[in-house]
Design a protein around this ligand. Sequence first.
Ligand code: GAP
Length: 433
Amino acid sequence: MPDLDKIVSLAKRRGFIFPSFEIYGGSAGFFDYGPHGLTLKNNVKQIWWKQFVSGREDVYGIDSVIVTKKEVFEASGHARGFADMLTECEKCQRRFRVDHLADTKKCPECGGKLGEARQFYMMLETHIGAAEDEASLAYLRPETAQGIFTNFKNIVDSFHPSLPFGIAQIGKAFRNEIAPRDFLFRLREIEQMEVEYFIKPGDWKESFEMWRKEMQKFIASLGIDTNKIFELEIEEADRAHYSKRTIDFEFDFPFGKKELYGLAYRTDYDLSAHEKASGADLRYTDPESGDKFIPHVIEPSLGIDRTILAILCSAYVEDELGKEKRVFLKLKPQIAPVKVAVFPLVSNKENIVSKARELYKNLKEKISGVAWDDNGNIGKRYRRQDEIGTPWCVTIDYQTLEDKTVTVRDRDTGEQIRKKEKELEKYFSDKLS
Ligand code: GAP
C-alpha cells in the first residue's frame, strides 16, 4: 500500500497538485491542479465523456451554471437535508462529524468532553445582486445533478428523445465539509461527472445493472487497481434522502476502504419535487400510448478528484532499476500527461539538438502529449519522466545522425530499443489506440 504522504509530495514536486493559496497558509479542502494534474484530469474527463456521452446515442451533454437559485435546493431537499451532525470539543474546540467518531462523548484529539450534536448545513451560500438579504440568497451547487433536472424540460422540448435517455454533465460542485481530509478525498470544492438517466419506472433494475457495468468498465479503462475496488450495497438508513437503492464503488485508499463513486436509483423524487415547486409540467408523454408520467432516474455519479487520487494510488511504484532505487507512476499511456519525452543525448552539440528539435516538432504535431526535455543528464531526465509517468522516452544521439534511428526507452522495464525515426509515429499511435 503506498504511503499517502509520498503521493502528496510527488504530486506537488512534479507539478500535478498544489495546495490552494499556499503562500497565504492554504485552506483545508482546497487543491489546485498544476500542468500535469490538469492534463491527467482532462484525459480522464475525455475518456468519461466518450464512454458516457458522445460514444452513445441516448445521452445529451449540457453545462449548467454553478450559482443556483435557492428555490432549486429547497425543492430538491438539499436546503433542509444536506447536512451532517457536528459536535465540538469543549476543551480544544475542534469540530468532528458525529458519524466519524467511535465515541461520541470524548474528543479523539485531546480527550475533552464533546458537546451536544447539532446539524451543520453543508451548502456554500452566496447572494445574487446587490442586496445581501434572504430574498437574494443563492447556493453554490453541491451536486451537478440539479442543473440536469432543471434542464429536463428543455432537452425534451428541443430534442424530443424517447425513453430511456440521459442528460450528463461535468462540472464543479461545492460542499462545506466539516472535516476535509486525506488530500483529494474529502474536499470543499470538487468536480463531478454525472449522468441522470431517465427511464420508465418498470425498467429501473435493468438500467441500474447497465450503468453498474459501465462504471466497472470505466474504472478498468483508467488503470485503477480493480483488486482494490469493492461494491457496497448501502442500507436504507444510510442512503441519501432521494435514493431507493445505492451501490457505492469503494476503493482501498491508503487511509482505508472509502467511497470512490456512487450509483443510485433516484426514482421520480427530483422531477416530481421540481414539478410541484415550480409548477412546470415535467411529465413525459409516451409516443405510443400517449400516457403522461414523470420518468424515474438512475444516476451514476463520479467524482473526478477521487478518481485522480485512486489513479495515483494505483500507479505509484517504488522499485529498483539498474541497482538504483526509483519511484515511478505506472500510468496507462492513454491517461499519462506526457506520452513521449524527446531528448537530445547532449545539449551542447548543435547538430544533435537541431535533429532532436526537428523530430520533436514532427511528433508533437501528430501525437498529443509529446514533451521536450534537455535538462540535466539523461539519468536525471529518465527519473523525472518516470515520476510523472511518461511511458516512453526517445533519445537522439550520434548514431541518429548516421542511420536515422533513435533509442526508445520503456518506463516500466527500463529497456531500450532502437527504432527507425520514420516508424515512430505509427509505433506510438498503435500503442495509444
Ligand atoms: N449527485 C449525487 C451525489 O452528488 P455523492 O455521493 O454525494 O452523490 C458523488 O457524491 C461523488 O462525488 C462521490 O462518489 C465522490 O466521488 C464525489 N465526492 C462527493 N463529496 C466529495 C468530497 N467532499 N470530496 C471529494 N469528492 C467528493
